[in-house]
Design a binder for this molecule. Structure first.
Ligand code: CO
Length: 294
């Protein structure tokens, strides 16, 4: 990685952390979920960066990939709330997340994912087995009496690629693959449920998976907008700023038929257990740097 790329990762990480701290403060009883997400994305743009994926708020048994549409009236009440924010500068991504317990009844669940993240970061270095990182996460979460979510994992952060290799497991996979010099995100999820998530419900997060041409004028315009995200995930509400909901729906159907629209449906805990999440991005080199710090 050249010096400029490293600098961009550092900047993106710092802005992601600022946006996360800002968004976390906005999560309060009776405020609008959509409003918080819009404000977080505006904040990212005001800091001269772009969202690497739609800011997401997943609550209670939903672990990830929940993104309200722009007519959604959902408000916070007493949920366990996870806020996941990605930022990029020229494709260099910073990814981080935190959870807030608005009920006041689940402080340990929040702590379990936070402590698991700390324990994982402590073992990170070039050459460490990925399963060692997973073990640190699993041991910490189970010590709190919860389960790690086994089929969600941390990941590499390549240029314009939010989920590159390696997979950083949230449990001890016992395999021997090791960490190399790269940028990664570690994201433990702790749950009161079984520790497995499954896709459930209608997606509002998507990514474009290749290039094809379309005939209809407004579909072409929508596709052009989507191509400007460079393969990074986007959400319906970003497009309905400039196009009608019916046009966007029509365009999505076309892109699906052309098999270039990847869908990310909400991920829900199998036993409807509550889920908390914590996440940091790290630059792994001779020295390990947590990138997503203010
Ligand atoms: Co992530």
């Amino acid at each position: 990685m050249d010096a400029e790329t490293i600098e961009n990762y550092k900047k993106a990480g710092k802005i992601a952390a600022e946006a996360l701290a800002y968004g976390k403060e906005l999560i309060r009883k009776d405020s609008s979920v959509l409003d918080v997400l819009n404000k977080v994305e505006e904040k990212i743009i005001s800091l001269d960066a772009l969202p690497a994926f739609p800011a997401q708020i997943s609550m209670n048994e939903i672990a990830a990939h929940f993104c309200p549409e722009d007519d959604d009236s959902l408000v916070f009440s007493d949920q366990v709330v996870s806020l996941d924010i990605g930022v990029h500068i020229d494709g260099c991504i910073g990814d981080n997340a935190c959870s807030v317990d608005l009920s006041g009844n689940n402080p340990e669940l929040i702590k379990a994912s936070e402590e698991a993240l700390k324990a994982a970061i402590e073992v990170v270095k070039v050459g460490v087995k990925l399963s060692e990182i997973g073990k640190a996460i699993e041991d910490t979460i189970t010590s709190f009496g919860f389960q790690p979510v086994r089929n969600l994992s941390g990941h590499g952060l390549d240029l314009y690629n939010i989920h590159s290799s390696p997979t950083i497991p949230n449990f001890n996979t016992k395999d021997n693959a090791v960490l190399e010099k790269q940028v990664i995100a570690i994201e433990p999820f702790a749950t009161t449920g079984a520790g497995l998530i499954q896709e459930h419900g209608e997606p509002s997060v998507f990514a474009l998976m290749g290039r094809k041409s379309v005939r209809v004028g407004f579909v072409r315009d929508i596709l052009k907008k989507i191509e400007s995200y460079n393969g990074l995930p986007f959400t319906t509400r970003w497009l309905t700023k400039d196009f009608s909901a019916a046009q966007v729906r029509f365009a999505f159907n076309q892109l699906k038929q052309l098999q270039i629209l990847h869908e990310y449906p909400p991920l829900v805990e199998k036993n409807n257990g509550l889920v908390s999440q914590a996440e940091h991005s790290l630059l792994v080199d001779d020295e390990v740097i947590v990138l997503t710090k203010v």
